[in-house]
Ligand binder design. Structure first.
Ligand code: SF4
Length: 356
């Protein structure tokens, strides 16, 4: 097995003085060289809290999981959403965010499961607001975060919140994130905290993260997208990508066809054009009809919008958190388009969405 060249060892650097940046964010802030495939532009600087010893949870699909450290050995090989996240001094990151290109419309602070995460998120959120003026999302760790914490994050200046439920069924959640893998997370608590987040941040200002391809049926995940909408939120969708050294490192990425149907369903549900109960499914839980007219379906497909990355919006009202190539390697097999799909992309999507 060949391994990539080691990155800097960030394992002893700690928030709030340090935060980790995705490669895309480091490139956007001129901290790392590189160009984006097809000229994509990152609209949200994603910050990840970091602590010696790392995340205390053990989710099977996550590159940061506690047990991965044993499997990968060297901490410098740690990856999250496909890429290495190097730690940088917060002061330097904030200076660069304050003069970031004008397509950067948001900052997101991602917690990990660590006892200092809540206090540090509040502290960093206030600093980002004061020094950059950019809107801030918080991607919270619900196991550690209660309603009072959400209120404190809002007072510190956050305007949106993400809750990474990730798994599309309670059984998968338990199996991949709960007791069977010696993890602390609980399905019921995640949904309760999401409900609290809508209460604190307002309708439309909280989103769940869901990952397609963890072993659920299309019908299962669409039911949770619908649940999030009924609770007053929306869904930010991800397509499973096998993280090196994770428990699911050998699970293949799901075919594009099912993901296209789930993307279409999400877009229609989050735009209040259909509901899960109006849709029809085959015996394997795959979508047959979306519960909208042929005209609405065709307009949605031809627009390409359902297949763009779903995430927190910026001041323009368009999605800022477009996470270029966080779900796949840059190349022709894109799952979340970080830009408006071109006519040739739409033709590819049109052929994929009707494959069973
Ligand atoms: S969609 Fe993006 S900005 Fe919003 S909470 Fe999730 S990671 Fe953060």
């Amino acid at each position: 097995m060949s391994l990539p060249a080691p990155q800097m060892d960030h394992s002893e650097q700690s928030s709030p003085e340090y935060v980790r940046l995705s490669l895309a964010a480091a490139m956007t802030l001129d901290l790392a060289p590189g160009i984006f495939y097809r000229g994509a532009r990152l609209g949200c600087i994603n910050l990840l809290l970091t602590y010696p010893g790392g995340c205390k949870a053990n989710c099977s699909f996550c590159g940061l999981a506690r047990d991965n450290r044993v499997r990968r050995g060297d901490p410098r090989y740690e990856k999250f959403i496909r890429v290495a996240w190097r730690a940088w001094p917060l002061d330097e990151v904030l200076q660069r965010c304050a003069t970031a290109p004008d397509w950067v419309e948001r900052v997101c602070i991602s917690m990990i499961t660590h006892r200092r995460s809540v206090a540090d998120t509040i502290d960093i959120c206030a600093q980002v607001r004061q020094r950059t003026g950019l809107p801030v999302s918080v991607l919270i760790a619900p196991t550690l975060t209660n309603r009072e914490d959400l209120e404190a994050m809002r007072r510190a200046g956050a305007d949106r919140v993400g809750v990474a439920i990730d798994a599309g069924t309670p059984e998968l959640f338990e199996q991949l994130r709960g007791k069977p893998v010696k993890g602390p997370h609980q399905w019921g608590r995640y949904w309760q905290v999401f409900d609290d987040a809508v209460g604190v941040f307002g309708r439309g200002m909280a989103g769940v993260h869901l990952i397609y391809g963890l072993g659920e049926r299309e019908r299962d995940i669409i039911g949770k997208i619908d649940r999030a909408r009924r609770l007053g939120g929306c869904t930010h969708l991800f397509c499973f990508f096998p993280e090196r050294f994770s428990r699911l490192a050998d699970r293949p990425q799901p075919p594009a066809s099912g993901y296209r149907r789930v993307q279409m369903a999400r877009w229609l549900i989050d735009n209040d054009l259909t509901r899960a109960e109006h849709m029809t499914f085959d015996q394997q839980g795959r979508v047959l009809e979306f519960g909208v007219s042929a005209e609405v379906y065709e307009q949605a497909l031809a627009s390409g919008r359902p297949f763009m990355t779903s995430g927190c919006a910026g001041a323009s009202g368009e999605v800022a958190c477009n996470r270029p190539y966080g779900n796949e390697k840059p190349g022709p097999d894109l799952r979340n388009y970080p830009f408006m799909p071109e006519p040739e992309d739409i033709e590819l999507i049109r052929s994929q969405i009707c494959q069973y």
